[in-house]
Design a protein around this ligand. Structure first.
Ligand code: SAH
Length: 338
């Protein structure tokens, strides 16, 4: 692959910006002015006409308008677009924009380059873990798309486990509304990292919580999601219920449908039994997207039957629309071979 570091400019590093402005003795409101331009989609300091000319030139010389280098993107026929970026130290990451007919523009953001967890069905878990992304590196992904069109939803369902990088994820969440993405339209998804769920229960903006569950018994969950050894199912559910009680919003359970693995009748009954008593969860059934892992997706009929069993047992469920599969941009397919 040809690397084009710096080919397209992204956001400035916000911390460096603050330091630089302070060192120049600029008034406190300058950082806010710069950020406002950036959040509204500016792509150079030149456009920031309410900054003194001399400051614009100085920023242009001293502070790269970028924390990520855009490498390339792919466009699927359903309008889904996937972008590959590099950090300044050569860590790859990907983000996805999903465009819907009703005007929804939903960003799927990465919180880490790679992922330290090793869920068996997920392509990201199979690549090398790099590191946590900074607040600016997270925001840069969104700004890349924001510069070209309005965006209004964001999910932390790209690479990585957001609750292992919660400081930076929360800092980024605080700024998303400036670019048109409200907290109500922002969701953080987790494998069930309990310390992070507990933190979200007491602090942070009112964003939604999604739990990747995929099995309603510990033995199977441990087999496909090794993190279950550390944080077993019942403890994770308890933490989610506490979040629900504090936040007064449902927890979205993502349940990946793996043919012959977790899609049997009795497994639907067990899932409903585990969730229903709490009245805190909404289930989203996810068709499996192909990766190199030795799994097959459940058939459409099996997914529909599973949904029907859940509903018979009082647990409402929806089936996720699959987007971007042909460009490996769908859930669980983000991985870079670098
Ligand atoms: N680490 C967090 C954030 C990533 S979200 C989490 O796991 O919740 C990515 C979502 O895609 C998760 O729900 C994950 O379980 C799901 N996923 C992983 N591999 C998949 C695949 N091959 N097909 C469909 N969904 C998959």
């Amino acid at each position: 692959m040809i690397r084009r570091i710096g080919a397209i400019l992204n956001n400035v590093d916000l911390e460096e910006l603050r330091n630089l402005l302070a060192a120049r003795g600029e008034p406190g409101f300058r950082a806010g002015q710069v950020w406002e331009w950036i959040a509204r989609g500016a792509s150079s300091y030149e456009e920031m006409t309410n900054l003194p000319e001399e400051l614009r030139v100085a920023l242009g010389a001293d502070l790269p308008f970028s924390t990520l280098a855009f490498e390339h993107d792919s466009l699927a026929s359903d309008g889904t677009e996937k972008a590959l970026f590099m950090t300044h130290d050569g860590r790859p990451l990907e983000s996805v924009l999903m465009r819907y007919r009703d005007g929804r523009r939903s960003l799927c953001l990465s919180s880490q380059s790679g992922c330290p967890l090793t869920c068996k069905f997920c392509a990201t878990g199979q690549m090398k873990f790099g590191r946590n992304l900074t607040e600016s590196e997270i925001l840069d992904q969104a700004l890349h798309f924001r510069r070209r069109e309005d965006v209004n939803h964001a999910v932390f369902m790209g690479m990585g486990e957001p609750l292992l990088n919660l400081d930076n994820v929360l800092a980024a969440c605080e700024r998303l509304p400036d670019m048109g993405i409200s907290h109500r339209h922002t969701a953080i998804s987790t494998v069930g990292w309990i310390p992070g769920i507990e933190r979200l229960t007491v602090e942070g903006p009112p964003v939604a919580l999604a739990l990747s569950l995929h099995a309603a018994d510990d033995a199977l969950r441990s087999e496909i999601m090794p993190v279950n050894e550390r944080y077993p199912l019942q403890d994770v559910l308890q933490a989610c219920v506490a979040w629900h009680e504090a936040r007064n919003r449902p927890v979205f359970v993502e349940y990946l449908m793996l043919g012959g693995v977790n899609d049997r009748y009795e497994q639907a009954v067990a899932l409903a039994a585990a969730l229903h008593p709490w009245q805190a969860f909404k289930v989203n059934l996810i068709p499996y997207n192909p990766t190199d892992a030795p799994y097959e997706g459940s058939t459409r009929e099996a997914i529909a039957a599973f949904k029907a069993v859940l509903e018979e047992h009082g647990t409402r469920a929806t089936i996720r629309l699959t987007r971007g599969r042909e460009i490996d941009a769908a859930c669980g397919q983000l991985a870079t071979k670098i």
